[in-house]
Design a protein around this ligand. Structure first.
Ligand SMILES: Cc1cc2nc3c(=O)[nH]c(=O)nc-3n(C[C@H](O)[C@H](O)[C@H](O)COP(=O)(O)OP(=O)(O)OC[C@H]3O[C@@H](n4cnc5c(N)ncnc54)[C@H](O)[C@@H]3O)c2cc1C
Length: 433
């Protein structure tokens, strides 16, 4: 055996696993297909820091930490073609270190995070694509690379992201279905730091995260995001792949249309596109989560569908899963037992963490929203029409406004309104806190 553990993929899951293993004194190698960590990775990107601090305590004190702006304001925008209603939350509490979340640029963040794994003692090899698991007597005992090399270890952690080749080769997942993934497209737009701060009403160094719903997604399930980095903006959209296929719309065309929306247009005016990228987002949730372990093998992060889109959590969940997978391997090494029975402790650890209960809580949310088409078009329009009525002075007595508001609402029909109200109660319970 060359190593105690092989980790495939140098994303948040893989690097968290590698740091945890290396800190415990295990020999660990990370194999990454990109020319460098982060070369192929796409994220919005907002990173919640609680889980990062569990892997790297005091990370924010590192002057090299590849963090953009701490988010002090979260805004939700509900838009029609020409109008929008926005609600936001801004708090000085978010100025306290460690900040609740930062914007990051993955190509920088992943390189810094990987360096931390190397400092802890992990070996990282880039430009290495893993093609298959290696087996002896039918049991997984390492990996095979694209060059035909075999690397052996008593345990492999697959952190190779959405559409995991490794988990497929291990026989734990089938190919992904279009209904289980969203397609995300994103541009990084350059804008001077001062202009960003003026436009988003931020003090020096502060950041804002804006998510947009309604007409901008053209009736598809998903949302548009606009995040502030140091001297760039990240503008992107993620919608169900099956919806893009049905509509025959390319994400790049969608993003171009979004840039013309009057809410977005004003905020990005004068910026230059530095980069375009697109990537799948696993959104099958609990219902698509594969078996998480077999003899000598564990899966973590996007490879195991560990994303909570309703709360914009993916990278932090990947970190938790990578860390818990590594802790399981450390226990297995102590016991000299890498059997599936021993590695099943990984699932127990996930169940005891926030990750499993949170994924269970939101597992029906997408299906519920999809079942009530009004959430994607009727209600965004209603919200804007009601706001228009409230804020417009038209020379008519205000008394009539209430009646007009009721007739706007009644257009939905009594039965649908009742069904929607029931759904909103259910959604509120899952999503409000
Ligand atoms: C447009 C978009 C916006 C998002 N926004 C957010 C957000 O704001 N906040 C958030 O928390 N999450 C967000 N996510 C989700 C987040 O990016 C993922 O949940 C997170 O990156 C998962 O980490 P991971 O380590 O599991 O996988 P990844 O980050 O995908 O890392 C997998 C790694 O494995 C490597 N790899 C793959 N196959 C092989 C192979 N065969 N051999 C060797 N290496 C391989 C890849 O190159 C990659 O480096 C977003 C995703 C997208 C696409």
């Amino acid at each position: 055996m060359n190593f105690d553990c092989i980790v495939v993929g140098a994303g948040p899951a893989g690097i968290s696993a590698a740091i945890t293993l290396a800190k415990a004194g295990l020999s660990v190698v990370v194999l990454e297909r990109g020319a460098y960590p982060g070369a192929k990775n796409v994220q919005g990107a907002v990173l919640y820091t609680h889980q990062l601090a569990e892997v790297l305590p005091d990370f924010w004190k590192d002057p090299q930490a590849a963090l953009e702006r701490p988010i002090t304001e979260q805004r939700t925008v509900i838009a029609t073609e020409d109008s929008w209603v926005s609600v936001g939350y801004k708090s000085e509490k978010y100025l306290k270190e460690p900040h609740n979340c930062y914007t990051i640029i993955r190509v920088r963040f992943d390189q810094w995070f990987s360096k931390k794994a190397e400092e802890a003692g992990a070996e990282i090899y880039t430009g290495v694509t893993v093609r298959d698991v290696a087996r002896r007597d039918g049991k997984i005992c390492g990996v095979k690379t694209g060059d035909g090399d075999e690397l052996l270890a008593p345990c492999v952690i697959a952190c190779d992201g959405v559409n995991s080749i490794l988990a497929q080769k291990a026989g734990l997942i089938d190919e992904l279905k279009a209904s289980e993934v969203a397609l995300g497209a994103k541009e990084i737009l350059s804008l001077p730091a001062g202009v960003i701060e003026d436009r988003f009403n931020l003090e020096k160094g502060e950041g804002a995260a804006t998510e947009m719903f309604g007409a901008l997604t053209q009736g598809m399930l998903g949302y548009v995001f606009l995040y502030t980095n140091k001297d760039t903006l990240s503008l992107g959209v993620g919608c169900k792949l099956a919806d893009y296929q049905k509509k025959g719309l390319r994400p790049s065309e969608h993003l171009e249309a979004i840039k013309q929306h009057p809410f977005v247009r004003r905020l990005i005016a004068g910026s230059k596109t530095l980069e375009y990228s697109s990537h799948l987002i696993p959104e099958g949730g609990m219902r698509s989560m594969p078996p998480l372990y077999t003899d000598g093998f564990l899966i973590a992060g996007d490879a195991a569908q560990m994303v909570n889109p309703a709360f914009r959590e993916g990278s932090n969940m990947a970190m938790t899963a990578g860390k818990l997978a590594a802790e399981t391997v450390i226990e297995a090494k102590k016991a000299g037992d890498f059997s599936a029975a021993k590695l099943s402790a990984y699932e127990d650890k996930l169940k005891e963490s926030y990750l499993w209960p949170d994924l269970e809580e939101v597992q029906d949310v997408e299906a519920w929203v999809e079942a009530r088409s009004g959430f994607l078009d009727f209600y965004p329009k209603l919200a804007c029409d009601l706001a228009h009525l409230r804020f417009t002075v038209d020379g008519q007595p205000k008394k009539g406004h209430l009646g007009k508001a009721f007739s706007m609402i009644q257009k939905r029909g009594a039965v649908d309104l009742a069904k929607d109200a029931w759904m909103m109660l259910k959604l509120g319970k899952r999503l409000a806190v």
